[in-house]
Design a protein around this ligand. Structure first.
Ligand SMILES: *Cc1c(COP(=O)(O)O)cnc(C)c1O
Length: 475
């Protein structure tokens, strides 16, 4: 063996040095988290800083301490800001120090949760079991962690497709499916994409009108189903939104469950934004009917405050779930009665991934360390802050509320102002970072209050900032 090959292990020669360096890295991240509020939410890296990251692939080694210093100087200050209390853009959680530590442990263990017989899979199954109980899915339900709700929704559409068309669709492909899915106009675009990616086609998704509160109109849904049936099409899937991405509206899930049951269609709920609201009394009653869903997608990286990424798919009918994804009998993935290839639940038979990381650990730590009640209190606070923001907007004659506030999202604007420009001004100023959306053809400033660190002072800073920028632009 050549000398280079003999020395090819990547473990350190001196663990003591690495330990000391590792502690400095950990300390720096604690300092970074502790000082979050004192720094800008977001700032754009300069062209020179970006250019420093365009280098040839490194052939030789570099000093870890130096790489760490480079990260602290050039990467850490230029994140997208979702951890910051002033971040209110899109729908993003803020993570926690506990989640960070769990990520470190998971990285150290380097577990592959595709399958086999090991304890990390038990941890994942425990979190799934907690969620199945919380959402009334029963002990027989299956579930797996995925990157996020986009993928969980895609998997749910696949399971519904196979249920409607028969699992032979896995062999023969989708040919003139003759089936139709339904969701409200406010459904997340990833559901539309799921129709495309499953080969069913986006034309087979009906986007149904909503009421003044942004909730799907059950009567309009029934009319659309009747029209499709008259045209010889079959309803196979109804997707309810437990918190629409634009304004946080929660569909009448009980009504959708009734319609789905009557039509023999699968009932799936996109709970990315609002499902974990079940942990707080202010939201839980609005989610009635979620326990009747055939499948549920949700995100721990939003209101669950776990670090990115951590989405979950729950499926009531575990056998149907497995039918859609099982690997068949690839000889190199054969399950055994005993040994490492044992284990009754191989997640690779329940989702698109074979190799899978240990996402469940950071969620297990987050749920255990804080407890569900504390997370519920955080979620309740995000709703209270949204109500406070809405009240302040309504009290300011220069501002207007542009959507009802049912959860923790507030859409508003500066009367007669350029809301997109005001929003970008605020992001660049670095104190608060809302985003925008379009409602009834108008651009709204959208504040999605998801982060557990956001407090009343941040809400005041947002309103004061919009007023100041709106006035400055009007002058
Ligand atoms: C965020 C979100 C999604 C997409 O989830 P990802 O985790 O970003 O993939 C889907 N639906 C709703 C309502 C969302 O808020």
């Amino acid at each position: 063996m050549s000398q280079a090959h003999l020395e090819a292990s990547l473990d350190p020669k001196d663990w003591g040095d690495l330990r000391a360096q590792g502690r400095r890295m950990l300390d720096d991240m604690f300092d970074n988290l502790e000082g979050l509020a004192g720094r800008p939410v977001w700032q754009a890296p300069t062209p020179a800083e970006r250019a420093r990251y365009r280098t040839p692939a490194p052939r030789g080694p570099a000093d870890l301490a130096q790489l760490h210093a480079q990260f602290m100087a050039d990467v850490a200050p230029y994140g997208s800001g979702n951890r910051h209390p002033g971040f209110m853009g899109w729908v993003q959680g803020g993570g926690t120090a506990v989640g960070m530590l769990a990520e470190m442990l998971a990285g150290g263990l380097d577990a592959n949760l595709g399958g086999r017989d090991h304890m990390p899979i038990e941890v994942e199954r425990q979190v799934v079991a907690w969620m199945a109980e919380l959402f009334g899915f029963g002990a027989e339900a299956s579930g797996i962690f995925l990157t996020g709700t986009s993928l969980a929704n895609l998997c749910a559409v696949m399971i519904a497709r196979d249920r409607a068309l028969g699992v032979e669709v896995r062999a023969i492909g989708v040919r003139d499916p003759g089936v139709v899915a339904y969701a409200s106009k406010a459904v997340h675009a990833c559901v539309v994409r799921a129709m495309d990616m499953t080969g069913l086609g986006t034309d087979r998704l009906r986007l149904i009108d909503t009421d003044a509160d942004g909730r799907i109109l059950p009567a309009a849904l029934e009319a659309a189903i009747a029209a499709d049936q008259a045209a010889g099409l079959r309803p196979f899937l109804i997707v309810g939104s437990a918190g629409t991405v634009d304004i946080g509206a929660i569909d009448d899930l009980d009504a959708l469950a009734d319609i789905a049951a009557r039509e023999g269609a699968t009932f799936h709920v996109d709970g990315a934004l609002g499902a974990l609201g079940i942990l707080t009394p202010a939201v839980a009653p609005k989610l009635r009917g979620i326990e009747r869903a055939d499948s549920l997608a949700l995100d721990f990286h939003k209101l669950g405050q776990a670090p990115y990424d951590a989405g979950l798919l729950l499926v009531r009918d575990a056998a149907a779930h497995k039918h859609t994804f099982s690997y068949g009998d690839a000889p190199y993935l054969r399950h055994a009665e005993r040994g490492l290839a044992g284990g009754e639940f191989w997640p690779c038979d329940y989702g698109p991934d074979l190799s899978r990381g240990f996402r469940a650990l950071k969620v297990w730590f987050t749920l255990k360390a804080y407890g569900l009640d504390a997370l519920g209190a955080v979620i309740g606070r995000t709703c209270d802050l949204a109500q406070a923001l809405a009240a302040r907007v309504e009290a300011e004659p220069e501002l207007e509320l542009l959507a009802p506030v049912g959860l923790n999202i507030v859409c508003f604007g500066y009367r007669g102002g350029d809301n997109a420009a005001i929003c970008a001004d605020l992001q660049e100023a670095g104190r608060v970072a809302p985003s925008t959306t379009t409602l009834a053809g108008r651009t709204a400033i959208r504040a999605a209050i998801i982060n557990h660190r956001t407090g009343p002072a941040d809400i005041e800073a947002l309103v004061d900032g919009v007023l100041a920028r709106g006035r400055a632009r009007a002058a």
